[in-house]
Design a protein around this ligand. Structure first.
Ligand code: SF4
Length: 196
């Protein structure tokens, strides 16, 4: 189910983190929509990283005056056994897990539609996100807005720095943490080898 209306709606905005919430929520509010910010990200590991990002989400919502609905479960056993069960192909399952909860909360809160700030990132698989959002929306009976937030990425992170929000260095799961920092190690060691 995709959103294609332009009148004012109540929209649940699933936020992957505080920094990515800022510009998309402001843009939707500027179009006249009512915002409900939503947190459900059991994919963010380890625990202290999850809590840092949750605190940044609360701070971003609070500073801009968005009501927030928080599901702060941190269940690493569930995530690794049921969602990221294999490293390969894990992201679509991770999207669906989060967006199906977001869709259910949108329905429970009487929202007209829901969306996700994951759509701001060029590192995420946009087609898989659209597919997961549409499937989750159809199951819950709420429209999914597949907005292209990517042009807002730079602005959102600039505003987040101004607001002093915590900005993370990797997507979320332990696989993504390893992939991010291994890449950096590889760059560092090739610079050492080449005398850089
Ligand atoms: S890389 Fe990101 S989107 Fe993919 S499974 Fe890990 S946390 Fe989820």
């Amino acid at each position: 189910m995709f959103y294609n209306r332009s009148f004012s709606m109540k929209i649940l905005v699933h936020a992957c983190c505080g920094p990515c919430l800022v510009a998309p929520a402001r843009a939707l509010a500027a179009e006249g929509h009512e915002i409900l910010a939503y947190w459900y990200n059991p994919n963010v590991q380890p625990y202290r990283e999850n809590r840092k990002r949750l605190a940044a989400f609360r701070e971003a919502a609070n500073r801009d005056g968005w009501p927030a609905d928080v599901d702060d479960r941190y269940d690493v056993d569930f995530f690794l056994k049921e969602v990221a069960v294999r490293r390969e192909g894990r992201c679509p399952r991770c999207y669906y897990e989060r967006l199906s909860r977001a869709a259910a909360r949108a329905a429970a809160n009487g929202c007209d539609a829901f969306t996700t700030t994951l759509l701001i990132s060029r590192h995420q698989d946009r087609e898989a996100l659209l597919e997961a959002g549409a499937r989750a929306g159809a199951a819950a009976g709420v429209a999914f807005m597949g907005s292209d937030f990517r042009p807002l990425d730079g602005e959102s992170h600039r505003l987040a720095r101004e607001m002093g929000l915590y900005i993370q260095g990797y997507c979320g799961c332990i696989y993504s943490e390893e992939e991010r920092y291994r890449k950096r190690e590889d760059v560092d060691s090739s610079e050492v080898r080449s005398g850089g």
